[in-house]
Design a protein around this ligand. Structure first.
Ligand code: SAM
Ligand code: SF4
Length: 325
């Protein structure tokens, strides 16, 4: 079992397989980075899988593949199959912008993928295009339908932004209710890479929008999930991911692995330790030691927390497209 320096059990590994992306979301990667990580520095699927096996053997039972846009990496289904075949009962999920899903949803499902989180910030083509800086909506909606058709469990992520898509919270809720899929509204997290003019919505403001049409009841956090759940009068459940709230980190159970082999203890923690050298040497003991150190270093709470006195809480140098969100 993996326990961090604050006594929290860590059983969830998020693996970013690429930092590259086919969107330029204003809150994540508004401009193409000056340079990408050179291809030769990326760990191969075999190398990532080697470390994943170490992590599974030490207690990880939940893995999410993310990015950048993970579907940009060729043969992702082969990687998914490797993990699934090693431990068929593992909770295996993927986060994607959905654009490439229409073509690969079936292969992902056949390879053993269980769940899919798809980002959907707007149902209006021009607003989706404004946020992603590309005409994306039709293909994303097609990707969602395709994923549902092949039997993948789908959740939707929406980041509400003031003056951009804040008038669509109820529409996205309706869209998800109609398909019986859960939506999670994510508070915009400030970071140095995002467009400076963006203003996120506080969880309270998001709930106020929902209350304009619905009666809602709080259900509480779903296990160690960052999502705080609510239920509407008709029984439909949705979630709010509110990293600015003080209790957000209490049950955090996750660490992150980047495509280059850096292990990151917290989304908002700038330091990271590389396992690449150990992976290349097949040195299980060395990799386990790095894992243990990263767990020891895992901070008690992120720097977005409103109760965190750190003056730099609003600014993170680490990009979401590198850590996988
Ligand atoms: N490209 C995939 C996607 O967009 O779903 C996976 C990677 S993306 C970094 C993972 C999640 O992080 C997405 O749901 C995205 O909306 C969220 N995200 C990115 N930047 C964010 C920010 N500044 N604040 C809140 N959520 C953010
Ligand atoms: Fe790409 Fe996802 Fe970041 Fe948007 S949020 S730029 S789709 S990695």
């Amino acid at each position: 079992m993996l326990i961090d320096g604050h006594g929290r059990t860590v059983n969830y590994l998020r693996v970013s397989v690429t930092e590259r992306c086919n969107f330029r979301c204003q809150y994540c990667m508004p401009e193409k980075p000056f340079s990408w990580v050179p291809k030769e520095n990326l760990l191969s699927f075999e190398e990532l899988f080697w470390f994943i096996k170490v992590a599974i053997d030490e207690g990880v039972n939940k893995i999410r593949i993310t990015g950048g846009e993970p579907l940009l990496r060729e043969d992702l289904d082969t990687f998914i199959r490797m993990i699934h075949d090693y431990k068929p009962d593992i909770d295996l999920a993927l986060t994607t912008n959905g654009y490439l899903l229409p073509d690969v949803a079936y292969r992902l499902k056949a390879a053993g993928l269980g769940r899919l989180n798809i980002s959907l910030d707007s149902l209006k083509p021009h607003v989706a295009a404004k946020i992603a800086q590309k005409d994306v909506l039709a293909k994303v909606l097609d990707g969602i339908e395709r994923a549902l058709t092949v039997g993948l469990k789908v959740k939707i992520n929406m980041v509400p932004l003031k003056g951009i898509n804040d008038d669509e919270i109820l529409d996205i809720l309706d869209y998800c209710q109609a398909r019986n899929i859960k939506v999670r509204f994510i508070e915009y997290m400030e970071n140095r890479h995002a467009d400076e003019s963006l203003r996120g919505m506080h969880g309270r403001e998001i709930l106020d929008k929902v209350k304009e049409r619905h009666t809602i009841h709080a259900l509480g956090r779903e296990g160690a999930s960052p999502s705080f759940n609510y239920v509407l009068e008709n029984g439909y459940e949705f979630g709010l991911i509110d990293p600015h709230k003080h209790d957000f980190c209490e049950s955090c159970n996750r660490i992150r692995l980047t495509a280059e082999g850096f292990l990151i203890p917290c989304l908002y923690f700038d330091e990271a330790m590389s396992i690449a050298e150990h992976v290349k040497k097949g040195d299980i003991e060395g990799a386990s030691q790095v894992l243990a150190q990263v767990l020891k270093d895992k901070p008690k709470e992120n720097r977005w927390s409103e109760e965190n006195p750190n003056e730099e809480k609003e600014i993170s140098a680490r990009a979401f497209y590198q850590t996988g969100g």
